[in-house]
Design a protein around this ligand. Structure first.
Ligand SMILES: [Zn+2]
Length: 235
């Protein structure tokens, strides 16, 4: 039994949702190529994501999703990282971080904002499945953030439930934006990603405790759609 498996089983033992743990017990690694090192810490998880992004940017991707991996995938999951991404069709963490199915626990919502449902999902990814890092993943040319700049004074013209979503970006990231500033959008995208960390830490004692114990690191960053490069924006 490796360290990662032990850690996850330990979480399961003390979890109030042990039943869910049993149903989702970790499986044999499904990678077709071995990891450079065992992923047992948050820093190792972040390093693997950044290494995967480097492979993607340089068109040297290594990982595939062969049919032979499906049996193990069907038996359970043990993702090493959880991702909060925008719903934008040009953003795919598995591709951008060069990871096969089963390695990333991905939550998507336009504007990558941590709603309560997203927070609960990330808690599950960390406390039950054992993810070592959470990445709040913004991206260049984000339409949700752009809308939050343009309609920063009044979102009531938007149809349906959209105002409720865009308002969460406006406060605090675009309320004082100057749309004539060419840097307004990149600045707001970075602010919105970084803001996600603060919301997660304030809203979830499960995540905050895991960070305090050193079991989890939460980072934020922005994917450049033009180059594919993911840049960490949080301190
Ligand atoms: Zn977006």
């Amino acid at each position: 039994m490796n360290a990662r498996t032990q850690s996850i089983l330990s979480i399961c033992t003390f979890s109030l949702i042990a039943t869910a743990c049993l149903a989702l017990a970790p499986v044999t690694n499904t990678r077709t190529s071995p990891l450079p090192a065992e992923i047992g810490t948050p820093d190792e998880a972040i390093a693997e994501l950044m290494a995967g992004n480097k492979r993607y940017v340089s068109e040297k991707t290594e990982l595939s999703n062969p049919a032979k991996a499906r049996e193990a995938l069907a038996a359970g999951q043990a993702p090493f990282a959880a991702i909060l991404r925008c719903a934008d069709s040009r953003v795919s963490p598995e591709i951008v971080f060069d990871q096969p199915l089963g390695e990333l626990f991905v939550c998507a919502v336009a504007g990558n904002i941590p709603t309560m449902e997203i927070i609960a999902s990330l808690e599950f990814g960390v406390a039950v499945l054992g993810a070592k890092t959470i990445v709040v993943m913004g991206h260049s040319s984000c339409g949700a953030v752009d809308t939050a700049i343009k309609l920063r004074k009044d979102t009531s013209a938007l149809p349906g439930s959209l105002p409720q979503l865009i308002d969460q970006i406006i406060i605090p990231c675009t309320v004082n934006s100057d749309p004539s500033d060419p840097n307004a959008l990149p600045k707001a995208i970075k602010c919105n990603a970084n803001q996600g960390i603060e919301i997660l830490m304030k809203s979830s004692s499960v995540l905050a405790d895991a960070v305090k114990k050193g079991d989890l690191k939460i980072i934020a960053g922005v994917q450049d759609l033009g180059t594919g490069k993911f840049t960490i924006t949080s301190k």
